[in-house]
Design a protein around this ligand. Sequence first.
Ligand code: GLN
Length: 540
Amino acid sequence: MTRYIFIVGGVMSGIGKGVSCASIGKILQSSGHKVSAVKIDPYLNSDAGTMNPVEHGEVFVTEDGLECDQDIGNYERFFDQNMYRYNYMTTGQVYHSVIIKERSMYYNGKCVEVVPHITEEIIKRIELAGAKTKADFLLIEIGGTVGEYQNMVFLEAARIMKLRHSSQVMFIMVSYLPIPKMIGEMKTKPTQHAVRALNSVGIQPNIIIGRSSAPIDNPRKRKIAIFCNIGEEDVISAPDSDNIYEIPLNFEKDKMSQRIFFHFGMQTKKGDLKEWKKFSNKYRRLTRPVKIAVIGKYFSTGKFVLSDSYISVIEAIKHSSWSLGFKPEIHWLDSEEYETNPEKLKELKKFNGIIVPGGFGARGVEGKIKVIKYARMNKVPYLGLCYGMQLAVIEFARNESKLKNAHTTEVDPKNPHPVINILPEQEEKLKNMNFGGSMRLGTYPCELKKDTISFKAYGEKNILERHRHRYEMNNDFREKLEQAGLVIAGTNPQKNLVEIIELKNHPFFVAVQFHPELKSRPLRPHPLFREFIKAAAKRK
Ligand code: GLN
């Protein structure tokens, strides 16, 4: 029997609902239960692939090739478990399937309505996820905050599920408790209003997680309890933490799992978070820094700098650095600055390693190429991810193979030296404006060449990695590039596509067509990131 825990947001977004959801799952998993999660994105987009990363954060990719919300990445990292298509749902997907059914007379002449047809489709999808995963606990994170039009229909579906299976469903609200400077006191009123809003759609939370800059004291717990109609012990304090992996431990300080078992009428089982604790506590003791520069362009919205667009890259750096005993310092560098001010390149000297992560389009590309050239010539450890590999090939072709102005057809379709070219099956898709979910997505095999850095890192010949791209290295130029010293360290055995390039006579220059960052887990750092950090730490 699957028990369903709905996680809803109150007061405002961006306060860590996804990490809360992942943390609750982690705790329940640690007590020997099977857990899984569903993220509901209340957007009309069918998936996250068409959303701008600056607005929506990183596009995560599952094994089975779904482009989804970054929270799925949090679930994978916290549960150490792969997620699949059924772990993600958008408003767009739900409406789309109802409309398709309507066109095929599935509803037998009935008027098709938001309630019950959309709500039933939502419930069906949630129950399917429960059945597919055979989870004891399925956490369902409803995106957005209560009171928005956008997620109303999902709350309605959740209410109906509670009505049908009362003992199998519970609600947790993640709310925000501001401490305004001019008052100097933690205020509970916004949370009270959020709970009223939730009550008005027929839902009463069982537990409230109070996010704030400080822990919740007892008088405030009492206040929340009485005004929000819950027990004091059901108010869980969630103060800001600079290490997300500590959050499950923080929740347990307020006995989160005990409260969940209580609400489901289950016996309390003590969880074993020893390994997790060891891993997340380590971070406080680390002093030896490793300075990594990440060169990208999806950072700024107005005056604010966001790193959410590269969240998996950040986490992968952390996993490896922590496991090797280093304190990572990640520096965000805007690729466009190297185009207008080449002098800036000199500043790269101070970093131990450089990463060029995935990206699209022409903006910032020449800046990234300059940085890659710097890393190659000055022997700075370099890890290229997807676009970071394609641009490394371009840089090498231009400067080592004398293919002047070589480029990718993504930026320069008429280039005489298209060392990076569109995949044949992608050409048709672009012509037909078929942009949604149509890239080379998900897991593909890769065969490694012996005596390469990659082969040593993985310790095996055949690996599987996740992809998200339309372009690839052009095999017509392979020989020429190899003659100039480029090492083809990994290829896809079915299509003979180049998946990894490396350089000799360099402490670490590895660039991959796939996204290793998506598969790095806290207690199982990704081998390429691990070797990259190792090499970086050695650099003076
Ligand atoms: N823009 C490149 C492509 O489509 C790289 C994609 C990426 O970095 N994810 O092939």
